[in-house]
Design a protein around this ligand. Structure first.
Ligand code: NAP
Length: 293
């Protein structure tokens, strides 16, 4: 029941209306009988500073930050943990008695999604994308991989993160993203990760990797979660690869945020079930809308 003691968590970004985070977190709060609620706020770029002030003055306990504010928000919070600073992106804020602390849970979310299905130690990884999510994943996975190759459309971004991680002693290379490079690099890897929006229903419903370059012994992880089964995952599945969908990462990154706000372990299965129900409903609605007799 919502009452005078209810703690509020929220998402800030633009747009937020299609976000699954409210459904995921509210399902978890209900399951654990916690007096918390999670809501989503559309925040324009030029309102970010005042929105963050509002978080303090309203005593909002926890915040998720999404596009386009993940980097800019760093300027307005009090403490940024080393991992988030290195990635230059905050996706979770904890309000501890008026002190706002920023974290990035994307990397650990991806790691846990992979570890749910397979081992990570010693893997040779091809990561496509060096945006906020790509950098978070690279930073986390480089600790375990025997080799990490980052491919990005803007090659300078892949090179920058690769150099940073190489300086820490990890084996990481950054290259551009084109068929010739994919063809050459994919032969050396056993885990492929798409961290670009390619495959998302609003973007381009294609695959960042051509089907003929995949082989059955590869693990294929796509961080896109709508559609749940992207074209890349469809190709991989049809070849017999182990596949991991982006909803697992979304759930595990949310679980890390949930733990930071509530100090409780999140109910993973409950969260995933709630998100799957929404995705299924949306899919059905779309099918009805596109049905042509
Ligand atoms: P971002 O910071 O904007 O980065 C986007 C990345 O995708 C960049 O590397 C960009 O390359 C690349 N890219 C975009 N369009 C491309 C295209 N048409 N062809 C080739 N490369 C393209 O975004 P982000 O936060 O990293 O998010 C990336 C994707 O991951 C989004 O679809 C997002 O929804 C998803 N995501 C999922 C989770 C999850 O929990 N499952 C979490 C975070 C993000 P350039 O650098 O060349 O622009």
């Amino acid at each position: 029941m919502i009452n005078g003691r209810t703690k509020v968590c929220c998402l800030i970004g633009k747009p937020v209306s299609h976000s699954l985070s409210p459904v995921i977190h509210n399902a978890a709060f209900r399951e654990l009988n916690l007096n918390y609620i999670y809501v989503a706020f559309n925040v324009e770029r030029d309102s970010l500073k005042t929105a963050i002030r509002g978080i303090k003055s309203l005593g909002i306990r926890g915040v998720n930050v999404t596009m386009p504010h993940k980097t800019e928000v760093i300027e307005y919070i009090d403490v940024v943990d080393d991992n988030a600073r290195e990635i230059r992106a905050v996706n979770t804020i904890v309000n501890d008695n008026g002190i706002l602390k920023g974290y990035n849970t994307d990397g650990i979310g991806a790691l846990k999604a992979i570890k749910r299905f397979t081992s990570i130690e010693g893997r040779r990884i091809l990561l496509i994308g060096a945006g906020g999510a790509g950098r978070a994943i690279a930073t986390e996975l480089s600790k375990y991989a025997s080799e990490l190759i980052i491919l990005n459309r803007t090659v300078s971004k892949a090179a920058e993160i690769a150099l940073k991680l190489s300086k820490k002693g990890y084996k990481v290379r950054g290259r551009g993203l084109n068929r010739r490079i994919i063809e050459r690099e994919i032969k050396k890897v056993d885990l492929i990760i798409n961290a670009t929006p390619i495959g998302m229903k609003e973007v381009v419903s294609s695959s960042p990797v051509p089907k003929e370059l995949l082989s059955p012994d590869m693990v294929v992880f796509d961080i896109v979660y709508e559609p749940l089964e992207t074209e890349l995952l469809q190709y991989a599945k049809s070849l017999g690869c182990l596949t991991i969908d982006g909803l697992w990462m979304l759930i595990y990154q949310a679980a890390e945020a949930f733990k930071l706000w509530t100090d409780k372990e999140a109910p993973i299965e409950v969260m995933r079930k709630a998100a799957l129900e929404v995705l299924e409903r949306r899919k059905k609605k779309e099918e009805v809308e596109h049905f042509q007799p």
